[in-house]
Design a protein around this ligand. Structure first.
Ligand code: ADP
Length: 389
């Protein structure tokens, strides 16, 4: 029997999963369940062990617990794999969790207390942990946090200019997308050599979007803040915005906090500016001037924030694109890199159009790379490390 590690990423209505071989950390299969809470369905799996889930129906009524049990039953059917541990993506580790942690009752109690910091995500992450504990008692479990990678930021990059009592109560910049940045930090030395240990800006551009300034493979600044609403313009989120505008909506326009939240989190960004779609592909295919303006603003915001991170880093040795837009949109990468030409960024447009790994001109001062996002592998790696301890 080969040892395997299960990685779960549980959202409000979905569970993404991946199974890794413990020896090689090669993915054995990846897949997902969607529609939890309404009509649950198995979205399929890919990889050499995907057959484990063939031919067994997932009940439509599945909640998180039933979906997790269904997944674990699939793994139990294997006569080749022995599940050794499970790792979970947990959005918030708060001020204290700066590394992956083995789960016990005390850790769960601490993670429960962080729910108010990420009410839309944390409860589902924790529900998945409890579901595994129920369906497979005794299986070691490890929590890996989206915020942990940024705990290395210097204090000035973490605190806001608000009364220190509020800072002391944990109202600080946590930053997110940390597992994606961890993966880039893990693989970049093999791609970029020495530059990987220098001053690097990573652009994670998906539905959610943020930038991370890394030095020696560690985060020193990032664009997301206390919540994942800060920083770049995103698919539906506004990103950094004058807090006075929020007050205006509440105090002058009489909007309820929930209405303001809906506007800033779900009706802004690419969707709000274009009035058409939150999907970059739809906007790229549109002739509407508002679609153009939304994409132009998206690139402009990345350029502005990248300039700010360059100042925090004191220069730049490499630029990296990752996640849906970052990996696949040559047009958007090109627009961003044109805005950074002053810093020595110059793309080879043939390589860019082909989504090659290195897309900058050979002679350019700043190498530019495309790295496929993988938020599951760093979790599997962390689980293995915990197991060795
Ligand atoms: P998530 O943040 O939910 O993990 P992804 O990383 O998959 O999302 O990124 C989703 C975004 O990537 C969407 O805005 C989608 O339009 C965009 N995207 C995916 N493929 C392409 C493409 N070929 N060209 C432009 N944008 C793309």
């Amino acid at each position: 029997m080969d040892d395997a590690i299960l990685v779960l990423n549980a959202g409000s209505s979905s569970v993404k999963f991946a199974l890794f071989g413990a020896g090689t950390l090669e993915p054995l299969c990846r897949g997902g369940i969607e529609g939890i809470g309404s009509r649950a369905s198995f979205g399929g799996a890919k990889g050499p062990e995907a057959h484990l889930f063939d031919g067994v129906e997932l009940p439509e009524t599945s909640n998180h617990e039933a979906a997790t049990r269904w997944l674990l039953d699939g793994i139990r059917r294997s006569d080749r794999l022995s599940l050794r541990a499970a790792g979970h993506r947990v959005v918030h580790g708060g001020p204290d969790f700066s590394a992956p942690v083995g789960i016990d009752d005390a850790v769960m109690a601490a993670l429960d207390k962080l729910i108010p910091l990420a009410p839309a995500h944390q409860p589902h992450n924790l529900a998945a942990i409890r579901a595994v504990a129920k369906a497979w008692p005794g299986l070691p479990q490890v929590a890996c946090f989206d915020t942990a990678f940024h705990r290395s930021m210097p204090r000035l990059a973490q605190i806001f200019a608000i009364p220190h009592e509020l800072t002391d109560q944990g109202l600080v910049r946590y930053g997110f997308h940390g597992l994606s940045y961890q993966h880039v930090a893990d693989v970049l030395p093999g791609i970029a050599g020495e530059a990987a240990m220098g001053r690097v800006i990573v652009c994670h551009l998906g539905h959610g979007a943020s930038l991370c300034a890394m030095h020696e493979g560690r985060s020193i600044a990032t664009t997301m803040g206390f919540t994942a609403l800060d920083g770049l313009m995103m698919g539906m989120r506004c990103g950094a915005i004058d807090a006075g505008l929020v007050l205006h909506l509440i105090e002058q326009r009489g909007m309820a906090p929930a209405e303001v939240s809906e506007i800033l989190n779900r009706r802004s960004g690419l969707l709000g500016v274009s009035g058409i779609s939150n999907d970059a592909r739809t906007l790229l295919a549109s002739d509407e001037p508002r679609a153009r303006e939304a994409l132009d603003l998206f690139a402009y915001r990345v350029v502005r924030e990248a300039g700010s991170l360059m100042a925090a880093l004191g220069g730049l040795d490499a630029l990296v694109f990752t996640a849906g837009i970052g990996e696949r949109s040559a047009v958007i990468r090109s627009g961003i890199c044109r805005g950074l030409a002053w810093a020595g960024v110059a793309l080879d447009e043939t390589r860019n159009a082909a989504n090659e790994t290195r897309i900058s001109e050979d002679a350019a001062r700043i190498p530019v790379y495309v790295v496929a996002a993988d938020e599951e592998r760093p979790i599997a790696r962390a689980v293995l490390q915990q197991q060795k301890c």
